[in-house]
Design a protein around this ligand. Structure first.
Ligand code: SF4
Length: 668
């Protein structure tokens, strides 16, 4: 394989191999709305890589956002790269073709910067494979000044340690502004000809950028982490996540694939963040504060995107759509503006209440009604209190009644098993609740009523109140799944579940420390690829990798971590205080719930961390209370993430938290 093949050579070689692989449209580029620029005229070339197959990666909104933002700059070109499916990987290796970008067929190694999306952890072996296929040294320490700079981003990077040795830097948080600052640093470094250590120090000065080479992890003899030390003055002790004060205009020129992909649709993020506080939900914790787009901006964006793409499906995305302040006006405006267009509209993640049914009814009009999804997550009120999803069983049944009455035949119910406080009675209750919902459906629409239960397995994620708890073992999960499989059968009922071994992998990777890099590397060498795909998942490759690295997988998953044990991700600051998470964890053990924090701020830590940003951006776009104190002058070190405001002051906040001088906040 020659990492320096020219685009023309790659094009010619592809002509020979593409007829023999599945879905060649994954590898050709040339789609509507792709951006092609003159390489010689553009100083900085960025590859945006999604380490999974094209069909999936093309539906990733984060990739579309960065592609749009970067390509708007005349001095930057951004092109796309995806993981080749195994048949294409074999063909590339056999023909000696390096991994290349879809737009201009430049070898990946010829880019200045490679931004790799890591929305979930099971992409790690594919990341190494991608680098290997590109002929790029896997470890940062092995890369020289001619090699591209590797930046990882996405929710998985809130614990970047397992992939620390492979990346120059990680973008912690939101990339819209950060990415442009990274591009500027990379451009200057490339021009300077200085060693890579200079690049690392410059990157570490950007707010939200974590440079793992500037830190060292120190472990105790029993394998637990003692501390993570910063090794350079530019490296902040804790790296604060990056946020944008306002969500920028959404992308509207989506690249339209020639082949069928996971989602052929326009996707518009209507708001970011969530105020519900479900304790298992990492996204809900790390994407705070809630910021919304205006109804007008959303409707205009849909209009523009439909004109640019010809799509007939629109998804209005958020973590909790019912909580969008103007959800009813939004739905009315969308229906009004696109009346007669026969669009397929979706509004996922709705709360369990009759209002959600009214919303979907209004949104979907006369169009075909497939399944309606509800996510009670647990089937007993006790477990729902533990996880802070307080909804009553009566409410679930009443909402189900409304759904069937409004023309839907199938209700999909999402549950999660595996929390340490869960008993077999709680699992049996899933069966009972599904049967009760089906019975309601039969009463309303007769034998056409159906229920599909999707039962996933809980993984305690970093930066959540459950980050200290152990996972169920494979045997425990199997026992619970067996109960479900035996009891949840019969006409009208369907059950979907996860492979427990795949859940273990997700847990090892999301809760791992820096030593896990050895395991990932060895698993990849042992043949692990496409770990998120059931047909490719190889537990044997992972077990062998743990043995070769001399690490015990149970250490990462099956022990309760003491509250005072340093966690591998403690130096990554999601701006939700560890004290808040601890308190919420203790509340969960007592079954104590919190209301939506728009009703009452619980002083999670977001406001003091971003007090200046909030003060400079008053109004309803943020759901957190206004900050009214005199402006503090930000220290220069803030841009390195070393935000110094520690204490919390919130009117009406939790009594355990004391107000701090000079900072007051209030609901308008
Ligand atoms: S600061 Fe208060 S309102 Fe804002 S996210 Fe945290 S708890 Fe919710």
């Amino acid at each position: 394989m020659s990492p320096s093949m020219s685009p023309a050579e790659i094009e010619r070689a592809l002509e020979r191999i593409l007829p023999a692989v599945q879905k060649p449209g994954r590898y050709t580029g040339g789609e509507l709305n792709q951006v092609v620029k003159d390489w010689q005229a553009v100083p900085t070339r960025v590859a945006l890589a999604f380490p999974d197959v094209y069909d999936l990666g093309m539906s990733n909104l984060g990739l579309a956002v960065l592609y749009d933002i970067l390509n708007q700059r005349p001095d930057v070109v951004a092109e796309r790269v995806f993981s080749p499916w195994p048949d294409m990987e074999a063909a590339l290796r056999q023909a000696g073709i390096p991994l290349y970008s879809l737009e201009t067929k430049h070898a990946l190694r010829q880019f200045d910067l490679i931004g790799i999306s890591l929305p979930y952890e099971t992409l790690y072996t594919n990341t190494l494979n991608l680098l290997d296929l590109a002929g790029i040294p896997l470890r940062t320490a092995e890369r020289g000044i001619d090699d591209p700079v590797l930046l990882g981003g996405g929710h998985a990077t809130y614990n970047p340690e397992p992939m620390a040795e492979f990346f120059d830097a990680f973008a912690i948080g939101e990339g819209e502004e950060l990415m442009l600052e990274v591009v500027e640093v990379v451009r200057r470094w490339r021009a300077s000809g200085q060693p890579r250590t200079d690049l690392h120090r410059a990157l570490a000065r950007i707010w939200g950028v974590y440079v793992p080479a500037l830190y060292q992890a120190v472990h105790a003899a029993d394998g637990t982490l003692e501390r993570v030390e910063a090794l350079a003055p530019e490296a902040p002790t804790r790296v604060t996540k990056r946020i944008v004060a306002h969500l920028p205009p959404p992308p509207t020129r989506f690249v339209v694939p020639y082949i069928d992909v996971t989602h052929n649709r326009v996707a518009v993020e209507i708001m970011r963040g969530c105020t519900r506080g479900c304790r298992f939900c990492q996204a809900g914790m790390i994407t705070r504060p809630v910021r919304e787009r205006s109804v007008e901006a959303i409707v205009d964006a849909i209009d523009e995107a439909l004109r640019h793409t010809g799509y007939e499906e629109v998804a209005l995305l958020s973590l909790s759509s019912s909580d969008y302040d103007e959800v009813l006006p939004l739905v009315r405006a969308v229906r009004h503006r696109f009346a007669g267009r026969h669009l397929n509209l979706s509004l996922p993640s709705l709360r369990i209440e009759s209002f959600s049914v009214e919303l979907m009814d209004l949104l979907q009009g006369e169009s075909h009604r497939s399944g309606f999804t509800l996510a009670p997550e647990a089937a007993t009120e006790r477990m729902r209190e533990i996880i802070n999803k307080p909804v009553s069983t009566a409410q679930v049944l009443e909402t189900a009644r409304q759904i069937y009455a409004h023309g839907w035949h199938t209700i999909k119910l999402y549950f999660m098993i595996g929390h340490p406080q869960e008993t077999l009675e709680d699992v049996q209750a899933i069966v009972d609740l599904c049967r009760s919902v089906l019975a309601v459906g039969r009463e309303v629409i007769g034998p056409r009523a159906k229920v599909t239960a999707g039962v996933s397995t809980f993984v305690p994620k970093p930066h959540t109140p459950f980050q200290w708890v152990p996972c169920d073992t494979v045997e425990q999960i199997r026992a619970k799944q067996t109960l479900l499989k035996q009891a949840l059968r019969g006409p009208g009922l369907k059950l979907n579940w996860n492979n427990p071994e795949e859940t273990m992998l997700e847990a090892w990777l999301s809760r791992g420390d820096r030593r896990m890099g050895q395991v990932i590397y060895r698993a990849w060498r042992n043949g692990a690829r496409f770990d998120a795909w059931q047909e490719h998942f190889r537990m044997d490759a992972w077990q062998a990798a743990f043995a070769e690295a001399g690490l015990d997988p149970a250490f990462y998953t099956h022990r309760e971590r003491p509250i005072d044990e340093p966690l591998p991700w403690d130096h990554i600051d999601a701006a939700v205080r560890k004290e808040f998470l601890t308190e919420d964890y203790l509340w969960s053990q007592r079954g104590q719930t919190r209301v939506d924090c728009r009703e009452r701020c619980f002083a999670c830590g977001i406001l003091p961390r971003f007090a200046d940003l909030r003060r400079l951006n008053p109004g309803d776009v943020w759901e957190c209370p206004e900050v009214r104190s005199p402006k503090r002058i930000p220290e220069p070190s803030q841009m390195a993430g070393a935000w110094r405001v520690e204490a919390v002051a919130v009117d009406g906040g939790h009594p355990a938290l004391r107000p701090t001088e000079g900072l007051s906040v209030s609901r308008s």
